[in-house]
Design a protein around this ligand. Structure first.
Ligand code: ASP
Ligand code: MG
Length: 412
């Protein structure tokens, strides 16, 4: 029988009653003839609570025990979902990650899935079981310890199962009804997309759209898993939600598919560093060794052998970055006059595969911002994205103006 993967996020399994509603949805797919693999998150708020307990108990915790504790929320919802399905006379059982087993690396709290053998679950399907309920977010390391995949990791569990079992589709049930052109809380004109290409979704996810864990999109793109994002709170038709798919499967699309933003950006500048070969390597090695996630980078024009180097990173990593460059200066690895941090910036990006074949998107973006009197501090581009760093107080305005200018409220 064809296999379908259905993933339910935290709000969709927040109470026994909601689990019942989710289970009914599973029952519908079973009655259509699918064998279903259900991936569940922990009840909403549960993982945060567990993380809090770990921090309270042991601030410098042993990451293996962190995973032992933090993975437990999913065990509860997996068992409850299996029980609910059994109550509905649907043959179902639950599986924890290690029972499948979901084999991962041993990078605790951010492990990667290496392999998901299908024989255990498939032999149960062959015996008449119709639903395998799997605890998301967790796996087992080569050492036999429980691992977790990083926050939001159940999405990745779902896509990995869909790839391993050759599922027809991977449906991600969540509290929004799909992927939008931008966050509807920022622009009232945001429009739900029927389809979006993997690459666009990947950019949007990594730029701050929180619907899907970035790694789940990477995995879906690599294995061509058809992903559908839809609401578990609304009645669903067969074409509900947003389909994340190959660009060949999208007939017409706007040049720009969406506007993304992220509030938590900081801009840092090293003033007057020596302009010599290897300087960028030294600075960014120091930052990376210090655990700083650098995003945008700009090197200014050099004058008399000195230049300024600017980068952006998450606001909460500014202290770390400061320490890292100061240590490198103390060790005489780099030399600079001053380090400046601007923590009142935000990043706004426009994303769309149409940019590959259409010129003028950047010019238009900059004109729109200029017409609103918004100053651009840093610009970066890729083949399908343009990002700018601006003052945070203009973020909403910029998103709305760009959404209007690119007419994202209208379908192609
Ligand atoms: N429960 C985990 C978290 O809150 C994993 C997930 O829901 O995807 O991050
Ligand atoms: Mg999530």
């Amino acid at each position: 029988m064809p296999v379908l993967v259905m993933k339910f996020g935290g709000t969709s399994v927040a109470t026994p009653d909601r689990i019942r509603r989710a289970a009914k949805r599973v029952g519908v797919e079973v009655s259509k003839g699918y064998d279903v693999i259900v991936i569940v998150s922990a009840m909403s708020g549960k993982t945060n609570e567990l993380v809090g307990w770990v921090n309270e108990t042991s601030p410098l915790y042993d990451a293996r025990e962190y995973d032992a504790v933090v993975s437990s929320g999913e065990n509860v919802t997996a068992g409850l979902m299996a029980l609910t399905l059994q109550e509905m006379d649907v043959p179902a059982r639950s599986w924890q990650g290690w029972q499948v087993p979901v084999r991962t690396t041993s990078a605790h709290s951010s492990a990667r899935i290496e392999e998901i053998p299908t024989d255990n679950i498939n032999s149960k399907f062959a015996e008449g079981m119709r639903v395998a309920v799997v605890a998301g977010f967790q796996g087992v390391s080569p050492e036999g310890r429980i691992t977790t995949l990083g926050r939001g990791g159940s999405d990745t569990t779902a896509v990995a199962f869909a790839a391993s079992f050759g599922a027809e589709r991977c449906d991600i049930y969540t509290d929004v009804d799909g992927v939008y052109t931008t966050d509807p809380r920022v622009s009232s004109k945001a429009r739900k997309l029927d389809r979006i290409a993997f690459e666009e979704m990947l950019e949007l996810a990594s730029l701050g759209a929180r619907v899907l864990q970035t790694r789940s999109v990477e995995l879906a793109m690599r294995y061509k898993v058809k992903l559908r994002v839809l609401s578990s709170f609304e009645e669903q038709s067969d074409d509900a939600g947003t389909l994340v798919c190959d660009e060949e499967e999208i007939m017409e699309s706007n040049v720009v598919a969406g506007v993304a933003f992220s509030r938590d950006e900081a801009k840092m500048t090293l003033v007057s560093v020596a302009d010599r070969p290897g300087i960028a390597a030294s600075i960014f090695t120091a930052l990376s060794d210090g655990g700083v996630n650098v995003d945008m980078i700009v090197q200014n024009i050099a004058e008399e052998g000195r230049t300024d180097m600017t980068w952006s990173c998450p606001t909460d990593q500014v202290m770390r970055a400061q320490k890292a460059v100061e240590a490198a200066k103390a060790d005489a690895v780099i030399n600079y006059q001053d380090v400046i941090a601007d923590t009142d910036v935000a990043k706004v990006s426009v994303v769309g595969i149409g940019m590959r074949s259409h010129t003028g998107v950047a010019a238009k973006m900059f004109q729109v911002l200029s017409a609103e009197g918004i100053n651009i501090k840093v610009i970066t581009t890729s083949e399908i994205k343009i990002s700018v760093l601006i003052d945070r107080k203009y973020m909403e305005l910029a998103v709305q103006a760009l959404h209007d200018a690119f007419e994202l409220d209208k379908a192609a």
